[in-house]
Design a protein around this ligand. Structure first.
Ligand code: PXL
Length: 278
């Protein structure tokens, strides 16, 4: 019997299904890996109190992790919204207790609708406990800036320097995602010796909720399927670009990317890459 590789996301639940755990599981299914989820917080705005982040307690996080490991086991892990220092510390210990070869850390800080997904005092914990264990980290430009003590990043050259400097925090690979800059969607990958830019056309849509989550989930899936980091990132960039190309909305609130797009319609855009050594 052929068994798919086992991929776990440790992240927040996004009730609308476009981001967080829900986006990760949809991505895993599309890429034919076995998905598991450990929920760290529940994001959903209460209509009266406006409370938006509902944390899950540490015991509940540990219970989910233990159950998934005992029932299934794990080949690769992705972390998304971790919210607090305490959760980061626990998750770091739980990850260390496995013998996985693939850890993707998406240092989620602020959601598209401005939800605060990481407390300020958690940044140091992320740097200390999680980044040194990571195969790859996938900050967008604002997150890269926060990890570099609020350094301004506004050009592709700034992103390249940011990737080089973030590498010193201990992750094996750095992917700085430039989707929030103007012009084409250019990301920068640094593996410690070479810099690769990955360029997709800018797609004219606001419906990109969960794009970052899905991108890092796709990287994790590809790594557990045996691809090396540069191939995994390229495949994942193609996947998310196609999902954004076919994104949609049901209401006047920012809509989801379409996870099934590549399977249904094929690749929408090829990704241009350029590699230079540092
Ligand atoms: O897209 C970032 C993100 C990650 N995780 C959760 C979210 C969001 C954005 O809303 O809700 C749980």
């Amino acid at each position: 019997m052929e068994r798919p590789s086992r991929v776990m996301t440790i992240a927040g639940s996004a009730a609308g299904g476009s981001a967080g755990i829900q986006a990760d599981l949809k991505t895993f299914q599309e890429l034919d890996v076995y998905g598991m989820s450990i929920i760290t917080a529940i994001v959903g705005k209460h209509p009266k109190t406006n409370k938006n982040v509902h944390p899950v307690n540490l015991e509940t996080i540990e219970a989910q992790f233990s159950t998934a490991i005992k029932q299934i086991g794990v080949d690769g892990i992705k972390t998304g919204m971790l919210f607090s220092k305490e959760v980061i510390e626990l998750v770091a210990v739980l990850i260390e207790s496995t013998n996985i070869n693939h850890l993707v850390v998406d240092p989620v800080m602020i959601g598209k609708m401005n939800s605060k997904l990481l407390k300020d005092d958690a940044i140091e914990a992320l740097k200390k406990h999680l980044l040194p264990q990571a195969t790859i980290i996938t900050p967008n430009v604002p997150e890269a800036s926060v990890l570099l003590d609020n350094r301004p990043i506004s050009t592709v050259n700034d992103m390249k320097q940011a990737a080089i400097d973030l590498h010193r925090l201990g992750s094996n690979n750095i992917l700085v995602k430039g989707g929030r800059l103007e012009g084409p969607a250019i990301d920068v990958l640094f593996d410690g010796t070479t810099l690769t830019t990955l360029e997709a056309p800018r797609i004219d849509t606001v419906n990109t909720s969960g794009a970052g989550c899905s991108y890092s989930a796709a990287i994790t899936a590809q790594l557990t399927k045996g691809k090396d980091v540069s191939e995994a990132v390229l495949d994942a960039k193609r996947f998310i670009t196609t999902a954004i190309d076919h994104s949609f909305a049901y209401t006047d609130i920012v809509g989801p990317t379409y996870h099934a797009a590549e399977r249904k319609y094929g690749i929408a855009h090829e990704i241009k890459t350029e590699t230079t050594s540092v």
